[in-house]
Design a protein around this ligand. Structure first.
Ligand SMILES: Cc1cc2nc3c(=O)[nH]c(=O)nc-3n(C[C@H](O)[C@H](O)[C@H](O)COP(=O)(O)OP(=O)(O)OC[C@H]3O[C@@H](n4cnc5c(N)ncnc54)[C@H](O)[C@@H]3O)c2cc1C
Ligand SMILES: *[C@@H]1O[C@H](CO)[C@@H](O)[C@H](O)[C@H]1NC(C)=O
Length: 517
């Protein structure tokens, strides 16, 4: 006989975890509703655990404390503009108007110190919240959020008569259909650790939440990418290899519609590792590096773009303007052509002031990984980048002049978070001057996020291709869904969608269980 649970959540990234927590909150012990979360990996967290720039929120306590006069409307407009007419306004409005609660839920209920705010590309105010260093150590934001929420869930799972169950190493391979065309449960596979034999299990439920993430991690076995965005096959990616779009196939088998599948976000700044330039998996250079004042240079030592433009525009600029032999940034390994070097790449450079506001914990981590190097002066920097010293100096000075002018510069940049040139300290302060550094790395566009996915509505119901009606019992949240971001996702909007729509899915699932009993 098949096992039965009240609600199944497929995928243990931030969307799935948020859904599970909220579903528990809205179902009762008395009714004995159980919630089962399945993740195919050995541990939960997904791509959510990798997030490094932060989560968006407007009118949050943190924004108010810092005197940032943002609004829901400004956030909606920025998101719609970035979506280039393809983002669904109803879905965007819900995202923005519930962002205040989403951030305060994390801050209050899970004691997360999301008190550092950056202004990322395409945003008209600083609204992307992340965590400060603690005792000089970085506290990566995605890791921290998933960790705190996951800890809460595992404590619940450990209780006697626990209503919450977590199965890791459990890959969902099929959704079961109910008589009315809805979902009746899932089939999942586990691998016996000793015999390595694959075992199939059936689990029935009144509601299934798909939270399986995107398909940006298909890597050398492109399936959706090959079909919908073949021009990107072969690009490096920032995603984990588990991000293979499983939820899309599961939902389509029940008649779900897919939308915006060709809208794949290429992040402008995946780090090119000095001694491993050809690795297809790139460590992300967090957008907050630019949000805190990092600038981009071509191999001639010149700026070429508004670093705080949206990701699609910055990516286009790197591809167009940093791909010729003399404009493509390279490491100064002394080797001219390293096998596997990306075809377009730029230098990312931070002044000491930018580094200070980004935080030395995370920066030190990049250094340790061989992604970022230091230079003690413009002269040393120009030597390392192999660019003309005068050109580089002028680039940094021009940036700072534009910053001082209060106007926008030739690239349309109007927000200049920090100076690019380290100030000269008064003579006699030699020891201190030694400490003012430049931090730099080589970055290249990398597949990062898939805007497309299953069509869903503001109640997270998955919609059918045939008639647009909801598939009974089937909900979805997070990167597996499409239609919210349109043609380009703003930085910080994904963690936010996971919380807003993950929690909504949890509430909807709870309501479905109540109906069924
Ligand atoms: C390097 C990096 C940095 C990022 N930084 C930010 C940031 O700063 N701010 C921001 O807003 N966004 C950021 N993003 C994007 C964001 O982290 C993700 O898009 C988002 O967290 C996706 O969450 P999710 O819950 O939908 O999916 P995921 O977190 O990817 O979780 C999906 C889970 O589903 C599981 N799964 C998949 N298929 C199955 C199956 N068949 N059966 C069972 N389980 C399955 C996977 O194992 C995985 O654990 C970043 C992304 C990356 C890669
Ligand atoms: C946007 O989403 C809403 C709510 O889910 C839905 O009613 C509407 O039809 C969608 N609009 C478009 C253009 O898809």
């Amino acid at each position: 006989m098949a096992a039965r649970t009240g609600i199944i959540v497929v995928g243990g990234g931030l969307a799935g975890i948020s859904a599970a927590i909220e579903a528990l909150h809205h179902t009762s012990h008395a009714a004995g509703v159980t919630i089962t979360l399945l993740d195919k990996e050995a541990r939960t967290g997904g791509n959510s655990a990798k997030a490094s720039s932060g989560i968006n929120g407007v009118l949050t306590g943190t924004q108010l404390n810092l005197g940032i006069h943002d609004s829901v409307d400004a956030f909606v407009q920025d998101t719609l503009k970035s979506g280039q007419g393809k983002a669904n306004q109803t879905l965007v409005e819900k995202l923005a108007s519930e962002s205040t609660q989403a951030v305060s839920w994390l801050q209050r209920d899970f004691k997360l110190d999301l008190d550092v705010i950056a202004q990322l590309g395409g945003h008209s105010y600083p609204r992307t919240h992340r965590r400060p260093d603690l005792d000089g150590k970085p506290q990566p934001v995605g890791w921290g959020i998933v960790g705190a929420l996951g800890k809460h869930l595992s404590e619940l799972a450990g209780l006697e008569n626990a209503r919450f169950k977590l199965y890791t190493g459990a890959r969902v391979v099929r959704l079961l259909t109910a008589e009315h065309g809805g979902v009746a449960g899932v089939v999942y596979e586990t691998v016996d650790p000793d015999s390595k034999v694959i075992q199939q299990h059936t689990l029935l439920a009144s509601a299934v939440v798909l939270a399986t993430g995107g398909f940006g991690g298909e890597g050398s076995r492109p399936h959706y990418l090959k079909r919908y965005a073949p021009q990107l096959v072969g690009l490096p990616a920032t995603n984990g290899a588990f991000a293979t779009g499983d939820g899309l196939g599961l939902a389509v088998a029940l008649g779900a519609e897919l939308v915006d599948m060709d809208q794949v976000q290429v992040h402008p700044t995946g780090f090119v590792k000095r001694n491993d330039p050809g690795n297809p998996t790139k460590f992300l250079a967090a957008e907050a590096l630019r949000g805190e004042g990092g600038i981009l240079l071509n191999a001639l030592g010149r700026r070429f773009v508004n670093e705080l433009d949206t990701r699609d525009h910055v990516t286009d600029a790197i591809n167009k303007l940093c791909s010729a032999p003399d404009t493509r940034a390279r490491h100064s390994a002394g080797v001219d052509v390293v096998a596997g070097e990306p075809s377009s790449a730029a230098f990312l450079v931070l002044s000491q002031a930018a580094a200070n506001s980004f935080g030395h914990g995370a920066l030190g981590f990049y250094e340790k990984m061989g992604l970022v190097q230091r230079a003690g002066s413009v002269e040393e920097l120009s030597g390392m980048l192999r660019v003309d010293h005068g050109t580089l100096l002028k680039t940094l000075q021009d940036h700072d002049m534009a910053r001082d002018s209060g106007l926008s510069d030739e690239f349309g940049k109007s927000t200049f978070p920090q100076n690019a040139l380290n100030p000269l300290l008064p003579s006699g302060a030699g020891a201190e001057q030694q400490q003012l550094q430049y931090y730099w790395g080589v970055v290249t566009p990398s597949i990062h996020y898939t805007m497309g996915g299953v069509r869903f509505d503001d109640k997270t119901r998955v919609l059918r291709a045939a008639d647009g009606a909801p598939i009974p019992g089937l909900l979805a949240a997070g990167e597996v869904t499409g239609g919210l971001h349109g043609a380009n996702r703003l930085g910080g909007n994904s963690l936010l969608e996971c919380v807003v729509y993950g929690r909504e899915a949890g509430r909807q699932a709870a309501a479905l269980v109540a109906e069924a009993s």
